[in-house]
Design a protein around this ligand. Structure first.
Ligand code: CP3
Length: 349
């Protein structure tokens, strides 16, 4: 088994730096577009055989050191009772937007093995199909990032409705966040019970806050999830697996983020990795942090950036190479294949 990813997460010695790529199963792969052409995105998420098929594509094509379950962070919103659809070119649509007491009260905390059974089913199928070739990462959105989609009804530019709820109706926001937090906690436990060997919590929009607002309105809920998972791991009710916390635009928030309780912290490209490590603390284990759009550079320039990231990671307790955010659909696939080779080659000890 290739366990370099799990070893790096635990801060153990590895023969080379492991790499996987956020959104590695996606539209930049013609193999993905082929499956996607015959189906729609939500159907793919809800059909374990299709989800498993596209999860495995980047393992064969890129030679990455971990698989990430093909799904979406918005799946739990639908299971909580909100309508979810993905419109071609427009992104996700959630309806009705959750903005008042009545819509919050109608949401429930679902049993993931009932309302989202296709997710743990896909995990179980993938563990069989992977046969320990590489570890499988499960994931969920962080409560705050999930809440932005539920409150805005989709993607947003300035998160006006979300911040208005936080500032004008803090009790309502807390009520919503408590429901989302309970949902995500159970959802991650179900993925781990089904066989996920690590989990990543995506807080893509955490960077819209000043540090104190981030702590109060986003981080607290992540700490609660991680605390619950760690307790369940300590009691033996779920397997002990690494927890990765990724926050987008986190450079102003690292002193807060280091208290998350996660084993690994995902860092984007807006900060040098050595700076991030010194602020996260001596033995911090980090994941990142190449600009996803640097994949459009000529390969010899990508290579220089790879070596730069690897050398800046030397002070870390452990390093998992990744992009600082998801790979975009227009990305030249050959550059992504080359990136994986470069990371393996230049980090070999
Ligand atoms: O990383 C992986 O390969 C696993 C699969 C994965 C997807 N979404 C597949 C997807 C993961 C981990 C996600 C997480 C996700 N989803 C996040 C957090 C990470 C990030 O990128 O910031 C967020 C914010 C979402 C919400 C979401 N899903 C949006 C806003 C959109 C529309 C924008 C877009 O890229 O099309 C999606 C759709 C989506 N999720 C696609 C994929 C492959 C594209 C769907 C398609 O094939 O048309």
């Amino acid at each position: 088994m290739n366990d370099t990813f799990l070893k790096a997460c635990r801060g153990e010695e590895v023969p080379y730096t492991p790499i996987w790529i956020m959104r590695q199963a996606g539209r930049y792969l013609k193999e993905y577009r082929e499956v996607r052409g015959k189906s729609n995105f939500l159907t793919m998420c809800k059909t374990p055989e299709l989800a498993a098929e596209v999860t495995l594509q980047p393992i064969d094509i890129l030679n990455v050191d971990a698989a990430i379950l093909f799904s979406d962070i918005l799946i739990p919103c639908e299971a909580m009772g909100q309508g979810l659809d993905f419109h071609e070119g427009k992104g996700p649509i959630l309806s009705p937007a959750i903005r008042d007491e009545e819509t919050v009260n109608k949401l429930y905390v679902p049993d993931p093995e009932d309302k989202m059974k296709f997710v743990p089913d896909a995990v179980r199928l993938l563990r069989k199909e992977l046969a320990d070739r590489v570890p499988l990462i499960g994931f969920a959105g962080a409560p705050f990032t999930t809440a932005t989609y539920m409150i805005e009804g989709g993607t947003s530019k300035n998160f006006l409705n979300t911040k208005r709820m936080i500032y004008e109706c803090p009790e309502l926001y807390k009520k919503l966040m408590d429901k989302i937090t309970a949902t995500i906690t159970e959802y991650l436990k179900a993925q781990i019970s089904a066989g996920a060997q690590a989990v990543q919590i995506f807080d893509t929009w955490g960077g819209i806050f000043c540090p104190s607002d981030f702590r109060e309105n986003a981080l607290t809920y992540v700490q609660s999830i991680i605390g619950d998972l760690k307790k369940a791991m300590a009691s033996g009710s779920i397997e002990e697996v690494p927890i990765i916390y990724f926050v987008g635009e986190s450079a102003g928030l690292l002193e807060e983020i280091k208290t998350s309780g996660a084993d690994v912290h995902g860092v984007d490209w807006r900060i040098n990795l050595d700076d991030a490590i010194s602020r996260l603390g001596e033995n911090a284990v980090v994941q990142g942090n190449l600009d996803p759009l640097s994949m459009f550079l000529p390969q010899e320039k990508i290579e220089i950036r790879v070596q730069d990231v690897l050398s800046r990671a030397k002070s870390a307790g452990g390093h998992i190479f990744n992009l600082g955010h998801g790979v975009v659909p227009e990305t030249p696939r050959d550059n992504v294949i080359a990136l994986v080779e470069m990371v393996h080659k230049h980090s070999r000890r």
